[in-house]
Design a protein around this ligand. Structure first.
Ligand SMILES: C[S@@+](CC[C@H](N)C(=O)[O-])C[C@H]1O[C@@H](n2cnc3c(N)ncnc32)[C@H](O)[C@@H]1O
Length: 260
């Protein structure tokens, strides 16, 4: 995990409606747990966690995030069983949950197998795991970020680091959930087609998420250069259409732990 907090809630929320759609699709897979305990891993600024809490009729919902800036936004939401805490998903192993939920956060964790084994172990019998992660790493918006990171002077500043998505194929998750005793299960890859005003808005979109990783690893002036290089390489590879249709693949999965 990056030690510098480069998450910017205002930038992230610029595309709030587009980013909320997969959250609602994921939520619709989860059964209510009246009086139950829910955790939202990588909860961000917390508005969606509050919706999750109400929709699932939970007695207690914990939103966990490592970013102080994101949690600052959430500071006015707690109450009525909803609370937030700063913490790292990489070491999360507190048990006793009826739902472990995570929207657009687990792709920041490198070892998906170890992660999911650990999260399933925190579920109560009959508990549900629901996860959504971006799987758009073959789109130019992501490919070009890796190309720029591999070019000087960024390569030296990053000490050769390039972000590689740890997200695997849908069938890999289906097999893993089965092995971990999550039956029934639901696994799917879904394409969300976002209409952005113009192609340069893709830069803004990616800056709010993927590029935060590079931003955290280099001085501010160099990151400004990185953004310029990224824009120069990326835009010619995108159709100059208004609105620009930005296809974004996401993996959604849900499963229920046996034994209830
Ligand atoms: C793309 S945002 C998603 C926020 C929210 N779930 C939503 O759907 O709007 C990803 C969030 O994951 C958090 N995050 C990333 N890695 C994390 C980690 N290892 N532990 C805790 N939070 C993490 C970031 O701070 C950020 O708030």
């Amino acid at each position: 995990m990056s030690t510098v907090d480069t998450w910017d809630p205002a930038r992230y929320e610029r595309f709030a409606a587009e980013r909320a759609a997969p959250f609602h699709d994921l939520l619709s897979l989860v059964g209510p747990v009246p009086g139950g305990r829910v955790v939202d891993l990588g909860c961000g600024s917390g508005e969606l966690t509050a919706q999750l809490h109400r929709r699932l009729e939970a007695a207690e919902t914990l939103g966990l995030d490592s970013s102080p800036a994101m949690l600052e936004r959430a500071s006015e939401l707690p109450g009525d069983g909803l609370r937030f805490a700063q913490g790292d998903i990489a070491s999360f192993d507190e048990g006793g949950w009826d739902v472990v939920f995570s929207n657009a956060a687990l792709h920041w964790l490198p070892d998906q197998e170890e992660l999911l084994e650990r999260l399933v172990a925190t579920l109560n019998p009959g508990g549900q795991l629901a996860v959504q992660m971006p799987a758009n790493h073959d789109h130019p918006s992501h490919v070009v970020a890796a190309e720029v990171a591999a070019a000087e002077p960024f390569r030296a500043a990053l000490d050769g680091y390039r972000r590689e998505s740890p997200v695997r194929e849908p069938e890999w998750y289906a097999a893993l959930l089965d092995r971990l005793g999550l039956t029934p299960q639901h696994v799917r890859l879904q394409v969300y087609l976002h209409h952005l005003p113009a192609r340069d808005q893709v830069v803004e979109w990616v800056r709010g998420t993927l590029l935060t990783d590079y931003q955290a690893r280099m001085p501010e002036e160099l990151f400004t250069e990185f953004l310029t290089a990224y824009r120069e390489r990326l835009l010619p590879r995108l159709e100059d259409a208004r609105p620009y249709p930005y296809p974004f693949k996401r993996l959604l999965f849900w499963g229920r732990r046996g034994g209830s």
